[in-house]
Design a protein around this ligand. Structure first.
Ligand SMILES: Cc1ncc(COP(=O)(O)O)c(C=O)c1O
Length: 448
């Protein structure tokens, strides 16, 4: 154990803030840097005050603060030491080196499957909604974890109107997006694996794994006939992600039969069904069996992924369990976001952005098809804000690399596969401008 008589630190009297706080921060830095090791004894507050030319109140304040934070420990009669245990998670000597955070390449324009087109002409409606939020009063405490009653009523109304789902406002649970809704369901479901489409939505797979569920691969295009031993099956029936197929009626019936036989829940992720431009949106699977299917909707495709807003309609007994848990954990959706979305729904903003985006996609999807169809096979009908193209792996990689060189990031289909071996490209056309889309297509085509 070393005894420190002189600490390698200097105080800056011109810096803003009290000297005591500055001193405690400098000592904390010395511990974090390892200059002061666990067990090292510090000079007495009187000696340190003399050394630094400050009043003893300053050094006493600093020591008291660091004692309270657990960086230092006092032993009666023998002085003040660097504490030998540093709280877990606190960076200190020997703490794990900082991990590099994986981030998408910032300088590439992403042709993501999930980013919608938002017409800038609707900006006034957006601003009006948020002005209304700023003038409204937030609830005083933790509100109903199911969400704002008026929003749930507006969502129930919209689900009936656009998705053929006749639900009561009381059955709607507002969540922080699809993955959050899925997490809530999987947290209260009985133990057991979750069957998930392969290729499929990676965020959903990671969410299931994140709550400790084993993930079983469901071949995305094959009818599901057996769910024995499975707690839930997660599917995207209106627009299989990422192959784009609509689940045929017979497969819907087979899936529900298999779920009933196994007493498994079906989780329907209805993320972008409103964006059909050839036919009316196909009705939600949940409309066939409300007692067996939990329905998940999201504001991510119509308004913005960054809102982190979604809704869940679950069979009653399961919904009760989700609500009871959220009542305890306070995991409601943020009030300002709910309040803004209510205004956006009420003022017709959501309907308007969906209508204009649908027109934009209806024009862009054939453009993508015209460029890529000579080289690749379209995996599903043209719908939504992306299309998926089957290609040999080497061609797909070559095209992806050419797009990168031109400044664009296009996803490889293989990255959505777990045991499936499909290869090709997933080309999003929502989150880009017309010009960007054209340039990205030129780059892809030049490589193909
Ligand atoms: C299949 C699928 N489901 C749901 C979502 C939206 O998820 P969230 O509501 O969590 O933003 C996306 C977004 O890309 C998606 O691709």
């Amino acid at each position: 154990m070393a005894t420190m008589t002189t600490l390698p630190l200097r105080l800056d009297r011109d810096a803003p803030g009290p000297l005591g706080a500055q001193l405690s921060s400098r000592i904390r830095d010395l511990v974090v840097a390892g200059t002061l090791a666990r067990g090292d004894r510090l000079p007495s507050s009187r000696a340190l005050a003399a050394e630094l030319g400050v009043s003893r109140t300053v050094t006493e304040q600093a020591y008291e603060q660091l004692l309270a934070e657990g960086w230092l420990a006092a032993r009666r009669g023998s002085g003040t030491f660097v504490a030998s245990t540093v709280a877990p998670g606190v960076a200190g000597p020997g703490a794990a080196p900082r991990r590099r955070v994986v981030q998408p390449a910032a300088d590439l324009v992403r042709l993501d499957a999930g980013t919608p087109w938002i017409d800038p002409r609707h900006a006034a409606g957006w601003r009006r909604a948020w002005r209304e939020v700023s003038a409204a009063r937030p609830p005083r405490g933790y509100d109903d974890p199911r969400g704002l009653p008026e929003l749930r009523a507006a969502l129930a109304d919209r689900l009936a109107r656009t998705r053929g789902l006749s639900v009561d406002a009381d059955e709607v649970i507002v969540v922080n997006g699809t993955t959050d809704g899925l997490r809530h369901l999987l947290t209260v479901l009985p133990p057991g694996p979750v069957a998930m489409e392969d290729p499929g939505y990676r965020a959903a797979v990671e969410t299931a794994r994140g709550v400790g569920r084993e993930v079983r691969d469901l071949p995305a295009l094959a009818p599901v006939r057996d769910l024995a031993g499975v707690a839930a099956a997660y599917v995207t029936p209106a627009h299989q992600h990422p192959l784009g197929r609509v689940m045929p009626g017979a497969d819907r019936v087979a899936l529900l039969d298999a779920a009933r036989a196994a007493d498994a829940l079906v989780v329907e992720d209805d993320y972008d069904s409103e964006f059909r431009y050839d036919v009316a949106p196909v009705p939600a699977l949940a409309s066939l069996d409300r007692g067996r299917v939990a329905y998940l909707g999201t504001a991510a495709k119509s308004v913005a992924p960054s809102l982190r807003l979604g809704w869940l309609v679950a069979p009653p007994e399961l919904a009760d369990r989700v609500n009871a848990r959220r009542l305890v954990t306070h995991e409601g959706a943020p009030w300002p976001v709910q309040r803004a979305y209510l205004a956006l729904l009420r003022d017709g903003y959501v309907d308007k952005v969906v209508r204009t985006a649908r027109r934009v996609y209806a024009e862009r999807a054939p453009r993508v098809a015209a460029a890529l169809s000579p080289y690749a096979e379209l995996a599903g009908p043209l719908a939504g804000m992306y299309s998926t193209w089957l290609l040999p792996a080497a061609d797909a990689v070559r095209a992806r690399d050419a797009a990168r060189r031109a400044g664009f990031e296009v996803n490889l289909l293989a990255d959505y596969c777990r045991t499936a071996t499909l290869t090709g490209l997933v080309v999003g056309f929502g989150g880009v401008t017309d010009d960007e889309l054209d340039r990205a297509l030129v780059a892809l085509v030049s490589a193909l």
